[in-house]
Design a protein around this ligand. Sequence first.
Ligand SMILES: [Zn+2]
Length: 58
Amino acid sequence: MSGRAAPFYCPYCGDEDLRPSEQGHGTWECGACNRAFRLAFLGLLARGVAEGTPHDRI
Ligand SMILES: [Zn+2]
């Protein structure tokens, strides 16, 4: 594996007919709705690993 994250469903139409796009790293094309999109990792959340649930915080 290359370590890339692969989407299972198109975020726009929900179809599974996805294929890697030639437009660059992390880009995908949906064969059902003909949309192209990019997946990107933004970074870790500042809160880190939370203990408990958000409801515990006031
Ligand atoms: Zn689609």
